[in-house]
Design a protein around this ligand. Structure first.
Ligand code: 3ON
Ligand code: FE
Length: 488
């Protein structure tokens, strides 16, 4: 007799997950009073986070959460207390739409103005939604989106100061990605920290421009390199001597965008029969000696870290997808079937600069995203990685857990918020006088679907088996993208 297959019990319900994508339209500020555990007394500084706040623009639902206007949340810690504040980035376009009370701009990921293709035909205006990352550098708080200039915000009250060209560093039309890397000891800044970032202008070929800024935000160096073909490069990695880019194999057909049928990002097509190109641009002699290697097709949004083993060998750890998953333009992202999508998994790429060979190995089969490491280990050999993870050990699913990997011993620690909690990007913050690489605090903003509110959860990096403190917010924060810590 045939055995009936037992339905697999999922650690989440799609209905619960979906509620985390409800718009948050309120701006609030308050002392957080509902706390389990205790906020570490020594925490002194602010955790900033960015992500979409509106998932519908005055009644028109977005086609994709990446199209949502940036909303900044700030958690300011002092003497065991925490003050919460959230504000929208008041971009020019956000204010225009607010005044009109309707959607005026199409989104890159397929959100269309109401009225069908005719209303969108030949409308090539791009709205800077400043929704991807937020970072304090050179005395400014910057909200970043990879296809435009940053927005400058007041770090104290989060009010928008305005669009910012970094004191003239960015020329008109140049862009500044949402994934700067902070080199903890740059040899281009006398061993002091520097911010290294890039911008990509793409078309039939793509120009990668690299910017390196000192602690005051002054330009140390800026150089460009042109690569063949279209590219969609969201993140990069640095080592002391290189900036490293993965050019995912993609092509671009602009016509559905021009004709008002699709968003620009929906016209990107993944090519599974073409290699991924790995481009290493030297930081010391950028105008020559660019190295290009190849590996199998795959799609990478985020890298965890990279380091030089010796002069010939470089390691890059990245979250790699078998392909670029795209949403069917006729359905909502809220209907996504996670089981049908390829999971993002952590891979280690070994680049041999001598013979040009690239080998890759799976570090862990879990579905993961949003890596975080000790800031002093950026571009250096490192031991610990904190990363958002699915509850199930192999299935593709929403992030519901925090995973800590010891890359030296392969030991793991894991804390899950399933079935009702949904996780985002962890942020690792070292203690004042750390005794080890994992001696710090890990922040994680969790959507608790049982209360339809969010929690800021704080872990001790050395032992994530249970939280140190859980700070219950009065409202929910839609699933966000990236953020950072600024010490007082
Ligand atoms: O020609 C096009 C021009 C253009 C403006 C090319 C293009 C598609 C590269 C482009 C713009 C790209 C932009 C604006 C990309 C923005 C990406 C973004 C906001 C976020 C990416 C997030 C990535 C991941 C992996 C998020 C994961 C989220 C979860 C696990 C859910 O919580
Ligand atoms: Fe990102």
């Amino acid at each position: 007799m045939q055995q009936l297959e037992k339905p697999i019990q999922k650690p989440y319900s799609l209905e619960d997950w979906r509620k985390g994508y409800e718009s948050q339209k309120q701006e609030l500020e308050y002392w957080i009073e509902d706390i389990e555990g205790e906020i570490p007394q020594e925490l002194s500084g602010t955790l900033y986070r960015n992500g979409p706040g509106f998932l519908d623009v005055y009644g028109t639902p977005l086609q994709h959460p990446f199209d949502g206007d940036g909303m900044i949340t700030a958690f300011t810690f002092n003497e065991g207390k925490c003050f919460f504040r959230n504000r929208f980035v008041k971009t020019k376009e956000f204010l225009e739409e607010q005044k009109a009370g309707k959607m005026l701009y199409r989104g890159v990921f397929g959100s269309q103005k109401p009225g069908g293709w005719l209303a969108n035909l030949f409308d090539l205006k791009i709205k800077n939604i400043a929704n991807t990352n937020v970072l304090h550098w050179g005395g400014k708080l910057l909200a970043l989106w990879e296809a435009a200039h940053p927005y400058h915000l007041n770090p104290e009250n989060l009010e928008t100061v305005g669009l910012d060209n970094l004191d003239g560093i960015l020329e008109a039309g140049e862009v500044f990605s949402a994934h700067p890397r902070i080199d903890p000891a740059s040899s281009f800044n006398n061993g002091k920290p520097s911010l290294v970032n890039f911008g990509v202008k793409t078309g039939l070929s793509s120009t990668i421009t690299i910017y390196e800024l000192d602690e005051k935000g002054k330009l140390l160096q800026k150089y460009s390199h042109i690569i063949d073909g279209f590219s969609f490069i969201h993140d990069f990695v640095i080592t002391p001597n290189y900036c490293i880019f993965f050019q995912n194999p993609t092509t671009y057909n602009p016509f559905p965008f021009l004709f008002g049928l699709r968003g620009a990002g929906e016209c990107v097509k993944f090519l599974d029969n073409q290699p991924t190109k790995i481009i290493l641009i030297p930081r010391n002699a950028p105008h020559k000696d660019v190295i290009t290697l190849e590996t199998e097709a795959g799609f990478i949004f985020h890298h965890a870290n990279a380091f030089e083993v010796n002069e010939q060998e470089i390691v890059v750890d990245s979250i790699c997808y078998a392909k670029l998953s795209q949403i069917d333009p006729d359905t909502s992202y809220k209907e996504v079937d996670f089981d049908k999508l390829a999971p993002g998994q952590l891979w280690r790429f070994q680049l041999n600069l001598q013979d040009g060979k690239v080998t890759k190995k799976l570090i862990d089969p879990r579905c993961v995203e949003f890596p975080s490491i000790h800031p002093n280990k950026v571009g250096r050999d490192y031991r610990y990685l904190f990363i958002g993870s699915a509850h199930h050990p192999t299935s593709n699913a929403p992030l519901q857990a925090l995973l800590k990997l010891d890359l030296q011993t392969n030991e793991q620690q894991f804390y899950s918020f399933a079935p009702k909690g949904f996780a985002g990007e962890p942020v690792f913050v070292p203690k004042a006088n750390p005794q080890s690489e994992d001696d710090g605090w890990v922040f994680n903003l969790i959507y608790d679907s049982s209360r339809h509110k969010s929690d800021l959860v704080i872990f001790d990096g050395q032992d994530i088996s249970s939280p140190v403190a859980t700070l219950h917010l009065k409202q929910h924060i839609p699933y966000g993208l990236h953020g950072s810590w600024k010490s007082k």
